[in-house]
Design a protein around this ligand. Structure first.
Ligand SMILES: *Cc1c(COP(=O)(O)O)cnc(C)c1O
Length: 459
């Protein structure tokens, strides 16, 4: 019996596929809080044991027990070419051999900056090492540039674990936030306002009341961190207009969408067509090609305020690291129109298959997409046909997602281990990978349909 056979032989709630993973997870919990280095990896939202992955190739992940999974997480977005793309591996290998870090300017960081500036409306970029650093720095720059303190964000949008942005979402319009985590001082969020996403009226009221104090509005270009939610028509355009009218900066966070949903990110699908441009943008994930690299960029006059030319301080020992920027550059140079076609097609096909399987099994759901980001929302009734904001997303039957997730996992498909995440494909997701997903779906849809709210992992 292979370990995959023994996995699928277990009962639906006996997640025993992870013999090696189970032992490693126990060891990890001794020395790493919760056994993981980023919380969602721990499977808390779905129950069961996280898999320790040993290897990735194309659209597949292989765990330490030898199980193969079609990967619909793709490292939470970066891997648009799939795992271990040979040309990226070759570029990175020669970069490593040439020295791993110089602490000086180098050519790969310059070429990556030129590639980003060439694809997006930003005039200049500063490279950093994580999306969190990018948004944190963009907000500091917006405050420095405007001389104002208020920051507006939207409930359900995630911008990394920046103190000022880790804020509890209120259920009313225009709440001043309370810290969303112990350890975040009230002072850190006192100047942050949280609005419901996709609510143009709340935005207009907020600007009418506070517009002259607002340094910036930060938003995901299209939210992927509450599942995939599309901005309603005119939402981003209104944001851009209000910011311009009141002298606030419009910060579009494309850490997830940038270079994934298209050559120029979500801006390329919307702003380029509608004629608006963010003042600042943040990037990460894809632009690092699986390595820690991120960036923030924007208008030349705003970026000029940064040290060393300007007085807004920002720095990083490994910023623009030659290995990371080589990986990102190799990835972006390979990401041509054909790659984006393949991503779009794979996303549409897989999303269609998931929707069909859930419909056949009679499971209430909404399939949503924003570019080639997509996700299934397990809603409570068939009457719900759209998820527009975090309140909507929060009304999911998460126990159905947990059952669905584990049935897919047991059959070799790796979904994000949370009902509040977008699903990611790569250009390597070929017919074999898609067939494997299709074959797993009927049983997973049935498991979702028969799940009871108090099943293991339903939380
Ligand atoms: C992932 C993400 C971040 C944070 O990036 P890290 O590299 O994890 O710090 C910020 N914003 C958005 C929209 C993201 O999806």
């Amino acid at each position: 019996m292979t370990s995959l056979d023994s996995a699928t032989a277990g009962s639906a709630t006996d997640h025993t596929a992870a013999v090696g993973s189970g032992a490693l997870f126990a060891r990890a919990r001794d020395v790493i809080p919760g056994g993981v280095n980023s919380p969602v990896r721990a499977f808390k939202a779905v129950g069961g044991t996280p898999r320790f992955m040993a290897r990735g190739a194309g659209p597949y992940l292989y765990d330490v027990d030898g199980n193969e999974y079609v990967d619909l997480v793709c490292s939470w977005g970066p891997l648009i070419l799939g795992h271990a793309h040979p040309e990226v591996v070759a570029a990175v290998s020669s970069a490593v051999a040439a020295g791993t870090s110089f602490g000086t300017p180098s050519l790969p960081e310059l070429e990556l900056a030129e590639e980003i500036v060439g694809r997006t409306p930003v005039d200049q970029v500063r490279l950093v090492s994580s999306g969190t650093e990018a948004t944190m720095s963009a907000i500091r720059l917006a405050r420095g540039h405007t001389g104002r303190e208020l920051v507006v964000k939207f409930a359900g949008c995630y911008h990394g674990h920046v103190d000022a942005l880790l804020i509890a979402a209120g259920s009313h319009r225009a709440t001043f936030g309370l810290p969303g985590s112990p350890g975040v001082p009230a002072a850190a969020t006192a100047s942050t306002m949280v609005l419901p996403y996709n609510d143009v009226a709340a935005l207009e009221e907020t600007f009418a009341a506070y517009g002259e104090q607002i340094a910036c509005v930060i938003t995901e270009a299209a939210p992927g961190n509450m599942g995939a939610v599309r901005p309603v028509e005119g939402f981003n355009a209104t944001l851009a207009r209000l910011c311009a009218d009141y002298g606030a900066l419009f910060v579009s966070d494309e850490v997830m969408t940038g270079f994934r949903v298209g050559r120029s990110g979500y801006w390329g699908l919307e702003g380029a067509v509608e004629g608006w441009v963010p003042d600042l943008m943040t990037f990460g994930k894809v632009m690092g090609g699986g390595f820690p690299a991120a960036a923030f960029g924007g208008r030349a006059d705003v970026m000029a305020q940064l040290a060393p030319g300007g007085s807004v301080y920002q720095a990083g020992t490994l910023s623009g690291n030659p290995v990371a920027t080589t990986a990102g550059l190799a990835t972006l140079r390979l990401a041509d129109a054909e790659v984006y076609d393949r991503l779009d097609t794979a996303a549409a096909v897989i999303s269609g298959l998931v929707g069909d399987a859930l419909t056949t099994a009679g499971v209430p759901h909404v399939m949503q997409s924003a570019g080639n980001l997509f996700s299934a929302f397990f809603v409570e009734t068939d009457e719900i046909t759209a998820v527009r904001n975090f309140d909507d997303a929060s009304r999911q039957a998460v126990h159905r997602f947990s059952a669905f997730f584990h049935a897919m996992l047991d059959q070799g498909v790796y979904l994000p281990p949370s009902a509040f995440e977008a699903w990611f494909v790569s250009a390597a997701h070929d017919d074999r990978a898609i067939d494997k997903i299709a074959a797993a779906l009927p049983r997973a849809a049935a498991a979702a349909g028969s799940a009871a709210p108090d099943d293991e992992g339903a939380r």
